[in-house]
Write a protein that binds this ligand. Structure first.
Ligand SMILES: [Zn+2]
Length: 131
């Protein structure tokens, strides 16, 4: 998920809306017992705030898994809000920052982190599922 941001980097305060669809395999989204077979869609606004890129929007996708109790197959849709700052690579940045370099930004890390943080440890087909 690579984006050209030359246009908004030209001036602080600039922003643009984006919509990107990516194959989950390209993003390397991997979680136990979850099969990602549908596109990952990112709809967001990118803004340049004094050369910090603010990414604000939403990621949507779906994955196949199964109930932890009865093993019934389940399709889970997820929709995750994203609101992150992406900083220019520099010696003084924090190590855990999302970064960009030059005139482009790779959003793979921020998007896959958002998805993986949203996946529950186990899935149930219904709250009171019993075998
Ligand atoms: Zn169940």
């Amino acid at each position: 998920m690579y984006l050209d941001i030359e246009d908004i980097l030209r001036e602080s305060g600039r922003s643009k809306g984006i919509r990107v669809e990516t194959d989950p395999k390209e993003l390397n989204v991997v979680a136990d017992d979850c099969e990602f077979g549908q596109p990952i869609v990112l709809e967001a606004e990118l803004s340049n705030i004094n050369r910090i890129i603010r990414l604000k929007g939403r990621v949507e996708t779906a994955y196949e898994t199964f109930c932890a109790r009865c093993l019934k197959p389940l399709t889970q849709k997820i929709s995750v809000d994203i609101d992150e700052d992406i900083v220019e690579v520099s010696p003084s940045m924090r190590e855990d920052s999302y970064t960009y370099e030059g005139k482009s930004v790779v959003l793979d890390g921020v998007v896959s982190d958002a998805i993986l943080l949203r996946i529950p440890i186990r899935h149930l087909c219904k709250e009171n599922c019993v075998i």
